[in-house]
Design a protein around this ligand. Structure first.
Ligand code: FES
Length: 121
């Protein structure tokens, strides 16, 4: 499978992102939680540039044992990327939509070698 150069490693720090065109695809590569994540930059909702979105930890509702609502909190273990068009959220690790796990981003493999980042297409 061909590799496409994305950027140099120093241009993609933690929390950084870069996009690259590979044939008819635009692919976003994000460094988050110490790993590289690569997705087709096309939201499954209406085609927004999802890889340009805000990254935010998953918001969870806190329900007590007596089933009373106790508010909300961020889950620091789960990071989401939020599509800038209408706010659909996707788990950065899996690409699955937070609201519907049957929907997700198309993933690619990103690799780092000799201080460069490549995506396999
Ligand atoms: S296009 Fe991404 S949320 Fe609508």
């Amino acid at each position: 499978m061909p590799e496409v150069f994305v950027t140099t490693s120093d241009q993609l720090p933690e929390g950084g992102r870069a996009t690259v065109r590979a044939g008819k695809h635009e692919i976003g590569v994000i460094r988050a939680k110490g790993k590289l994540h690569a997705f087709l930059n096309l939201c499954p909702h209406q085609g927004g540039p999802v890889c340009a979105g805000l990254m935010i930890h998953k918001v969870e509702e806190i329900i007590a044992e007596d089933h009373t609502y106790q508010g909300m909190r961020f889950n620091e273990d789960v990071l989401h990327i939020v599509c800038p068009w209408h706010g659909w959220e996707f788990d950065i690790e899996t690409g699955k939509c937070a609201g519907d796990g049957a929907v997700g981003l198309r993933r690619f493999t990103a690799v780092e070698r000799d201080a460069n980042v490549y995506v396999i297409v």
